[in-house]
Design a protein around this ligand. Structure first.
Ligand code: XIL
Length: 359
């Protein structure tokens, strides 16, 4: 099934609000007298940001979703609404409503925003991929189109976006540059160009490279570090490294992650965990939830152990709206809250997570 259709099917499968689960004993606010009340409180205490990806349809339609999002998180990322196919579905026709809604809600609730994402090989508009494939868009024009896209989008939200995922998933698993539409037609220089154009459009936004499996895949770690050093040698304005953090309990925890973060921090970059979730093979069991809780806790504690790590963002906060079941067959339950917005053990573990070493 196509992701969009699947997403729709999932949305329709949401139980009516009347079926919401009874409040659990261990709900938010049940922390000890000195413990944090909720994730926002935890974030404040640790002086980092704790964020979530936002599903705009749910934000608009589900008051309970909105309530938990705005109560728990001080940082947000649009899950899909800022991707190119969402903001320019027809060439030259921009549709900003959904992206604007995420930013508006964030500003109303004192949340910072991560812009996601400017250059990626996925979720590109059809007019662009078709035009490149049939040769009606040549390399020179493609470069102009990319520059205009970045400039237009970054300018629109100038001053409202703390950090941009400028280039998403630029590397293959073997550490070489991904053979994307961008590399193939524009050559490796597209990465430096993208950062420079974004910087020109909003000089104060923090500009990130963002990728998955950099938590532990050695060739990808080395390839990414090399890329960052090359960019820095060319004085490209890169500020941060984003680790997506899509984990699964069946794969184990990336035990060296804090050290990997430190290697990027040592290059002068700030660090963010940008898309954390911990999926499992269904069905859910208490043991799996306990392992999931441990992984979430370790990830936060790894971030807290690195001075430069300043954002911990989850890729959706509720199993009611998670990309996992649509993308990983037979897997799910990857979020901090269940379908009824009851906090799971992972949520409680995050609240109890303390900084282990100083920063
Ligand atoms: C996912 C969204 O969650 C889905 O709704 C969409 O269908 C596909 O993209 N890495 C990323 C994110 O950088 O943008 C992806 O988001 C998940 C993997």
């Amino acid at each position: 099934m196509r992701p969009l259709i699947l997403a729709l099917a999932l949305a329709l499968a949401v139980p009516p609000l009347a079926l919401a689960a009874p409040a659990t004993a261990a709900g938010p606010g049940s922390g000890s007298a000195h413990g944090p009340r909720d994730l926002r409180d935890l974030a404040r205490k640790h002086r980092i940001s704790i964020g979530s990806a936002v599903d705009v349809a749910a934000l608009r339609a589900e008051p309970d979703y909105r309530t938990v999002l705005n109560r728990e998180f001080d940082h947000v990322t649009a899950e899909n609404a800022m991707k190119w196919e969402s903001v320019e579905p027809e060439r030259g026709v921009h549709t900003w409503d959904d992206a604007d809604e995420v930013v508006r809600n964030a500003r109303r609730h004192g949340q910072r925003v991560r812009g996601h994402t400017l250059v990626w090989h996925n979720q590109l508009p059809g007019w662009l991929t078709r035009g490149v494939a049939d040769g009606t868009i040549d390399a020179a024009e493609l470069r102009t189109i990319l520059r205009e896209h970045i400039t237009t989008q970054v300018r629109r939200y100038k001053g409202k976006i703390r950090a941009w995922d400028v280039v998403n998933e630029a590397l293959e698993e073997d550490g070489t540059l991904r053979q994307s539409i961008w590399l193939t037609h524009l050559g490796p220089g597209y990465i430096a160009d993208a950062f420079r154009w974004a910087h020109r459009a909003d000089p104060h936004a923090k500009l990130y490279l963002n990728d998955y499996n950099v938590e532990w895949n050695a060739p990808k770690i080395e390839g990414t570090l090399t890329l960052v050093k090359e960019l820095q040698a060319q004085k490209v304005p890169i500020d941060g490294m984003g680790f997506q953090g899509h984990l699964g309990i069946q794969y184990g925890y990336p035990g060296d992650w804090a050290n990997v973060m430190r290697r990027f921090a040592d290059l002068g970059l700030e660090i963010a965990i940008t898309e954390m979730d911990v999926r499992m093979v269904l069905p859910v069991t208490p043991e799996k939830l306990a392992t999931q809780a441990e992984y979430y806790g370790r990830a936060l504690s790894d971030c807290l152990s690195v001075k430069a790590c300043r954002e911990f963002t989850v890729w959706g906060f509720t199993d009611r709206h998670s990309w996992v079941p649509g993308w990983f067959d037979g897997e799910g339950a990857a979020c901090l809250f269940d379908e009824n917005l009851a906090p799971k053990p992972a949520y409680e573990t995050l609240l109890a997570t303390r900084r282990v070493s100083g920063r």
